[in-house]
Design a protein around this ligand. Sequence first.
Ligand code: AMP
Length: 184
Amino acid sequence: MRLIFLGAPGAGKGTQAEALAAAQNIPHISTGDILRQAVTEQSPLGLQAKSYMDKGELVPDDLIMGLIKERLGQVDAQQGWILDGFPRNLDQAQELNKLLQQMNQTYDKVVYFEVSKEALVTRMLERGRKDDNEATVSRRLDVYQEQTVPLIKLYRDVNSLLVVDGNADVATVSNSLREALEAK
Ligand code: AMP
């Protein structure tokens, strides 16, 4: 199973991705998690990414594509994966298509978690991550709107999009996700 999880910051896609990946025994690949780890380790990637993350901006595509190429090439990613937080703009989506083609792979579906703006802000402020302060949250939502939302149409147009109502509690969303995947 190869899935792309799409949704605003705070949509709950990380929680859902983690649970489904564990159940399917495939890796949950979160570019945000990989970047946060790199920042903690102060690796070259982390040092380059930090200032963008602190401002709520996207990290440059070449850094992201480098880390995705490496991660998708690892042995545990050969039988499937869930991508969470990537792709984040049209260029990344195009680069991912190219990369998958080179690897003779393809994604099965893109799952879009639809959540109201009020719920997003509340969830992000409750989560209390370092980049979850009010200014950064607002910037990340704008960046999402400008750069990531166009991906919804892109994937809908190629008939790859599954929409899941992400407003409810974790268990309910998890049921909706399972039903959507079964019906696909
Ligand atoms: P996330 O945990 O997915 O919300 O990501 C946290 C931060 O990492 C984002 O605000 C971006 O600065 C950066 N980031 C994560 N994934 C990407 C991506 N695919 N492209 C660019 N920046 C990313």
